[in-house]
Ligand binder design. Structure first.
Ligand SMILES: NC(=O)c1ccc[n+]([C@@H]2O[C@H](COP(=O)([O-])OP(=O)(O)OC[C@H]3O[C@@H](n4cnc5c(N)ncnc54)[C@H](O)[C@@H]3O)[C@@H](O)[C@H]2O)c1
Ligand SMILES: [Zn+2]
Length: 342
């Protein structure tokens, strides 16, 4: 048997004894080492997302060791460290072949539509297991999934060196945007957040200019970009008002990277003629999968991302309930990790 944190109803985890899953054909059993808590996990906890899936074991930003492999699996040695791509597509359809797994008609997501990784073990499709080097701590690998989301966003919005970028929101993901922008040579990097603590972390992560007063943001961007506005503005909060603000902050011919998830019915009005005449664009991205996961892991393995700001809060599985309940009171803890094994 294994221990698993089951979200039995919104707001209430129960630590339950569950049978250790048996890896089926083409599956791998992962012994979970740690799993990060993401904003979507909090939405699920609060009953605002994936409520139909409960009771469920959430958790999808995870890493661990290969404990066993099912029939048909080769090349994944037992005992090796690994990260896992949480997005399960059919692997054959038009969208899966384009690495647009979330559009696959058969798409499932570990920890969202099915049991995830706040448990000692999880069985996963072998093709989604990415081996990771054994001499690097698990704490580094557990950032692979959120970093993969950021890698995908940067790829979709063609981020490159010398570009001025505004990041709206210095949450955990906003701070990963900042670090990837820094690694990509984007300059200057301007970050805005209402929280002094979050801006302090963003400055530590490589931001050039941090703005906490919304009234000063536009002028700060104008001053930092030769009066033009930013080449790229990344919305990483999920607030329709901030999407409108993003359009005001970008230069003619600039890109809005639509990343923060709003409520389902929200809309953004674009002046058609102006955006054509200026050649503005909106680049959307969702999640991180396939090549995004591989690239994120490569960046982490080669030390391109400072993980210290993301590793300040670790809780054992038994304390998952207080870990979730206190997240909003711990803004300095950019990330909360549930640790299951060393
Ligand atoms: N598209 C994707 O692939 C993808 C992947 C992961 C997360 N997301 C989304 O990205 C967003 C950011 O994720 P996160 O985990 O960092 O979220 P978070 O909620 O933890 O952080 C958001 C940050 O925005 C700040 N903020 C709130 N209101 C603000 C305002 N008016 N002006 C400036 N800053 C403000 C908060 O202080 C906080 O630091 C969320 O909407 C999340 O759902 C999208
Ligand atoms: Zn498919």
């Amino acid at each position: 048997m294994m221990r698993a944190a089951v979200l039995v109803e919104p707001g209430r985890f129960e630590i339950q004894a569950r049978p250790i899953p048996k890896p089926g054909r083409d599956e791998v059993l992962i012994k979970v080492a740690q799993a990060g808590v993401c904003g979507a996990d909090l939405h699920i906890f609060n009953g605002h997302y994936a409520a139909d899936s409960l009771p469920m074991i959430p958790g999808y930003e995870f890493t661990g060791t290969i404990a066993a492999v099912g029939p048909g699996v080769t090349g994944l040695p037992s005992g090796g460290k690994a990260v896992v791509d949480m997005n399960i597509g059919c692997g054959r359809c038009f969208w899966c072949r384009r690495n647009e797994i979330l559009n696959c008609p058969d798409m499932r997501q570990m920890g969202i539509t099915m049991d995830g990784a706040f448990a000692e073990y999880i069985a996963v499709p072998a093709r989604l297991v990415i081996p990771a080097p054994d001499d690097i701590p698990f704490g580094v690998f557990s950032l692979t999934e959120p970093l993969a989301c950021v890698v995908r966003a940067a790829r979709k919005s063609d981020i490159t060196f010398g570009q001025s970028v505004v990041v709206i929101g210095a949450g955990p993901v906003g701070n990963l945007h900042v670090q990837l922008l820094r690694a990509s040579g984007a300059a200057p990097i301007i970050v805005t957040d209402l929280s002094d603590d979050r801006i302090a972390i963003a400055l530590d992560c490589g931001t050039d200019i941090g703005v906490t007063d919304p009234a000063q943001l536009q002028q700060a961007v104008v001053d930092a970009t030769g009066g033009r506005g930013a080449d790229v503005v990344i919305e990483s909060v999920g607030n329709p008002t901030l999407y409108r603000e993003a359009l005001r902050l970008m230069r003619k011919g600039g890109h809005l990277a639509a990343f923060g998830l709003t409520g389902p019915g929200e809309t953004l009005a674009l002046p058609i003629l102006d955006t054509i005449l200026q050649e503005n664009s909106v680049k959307r991205s969702v999640a991180g999968m396939g090549q995004d996961m591989h690239d994120a892991l490569t960046l982490l393995v080669h030390g391109r991302i400072r993980i210290a700001p993301f590793t300040r809060a670790s809780y054992p599985l038994a304390e998952i309930q207080p870990a979730f309940e206190t997240i909003a009171d711990r803004p300095k803890d950019l990330k909360t990790q549930i640790v299951l094994a060393a």
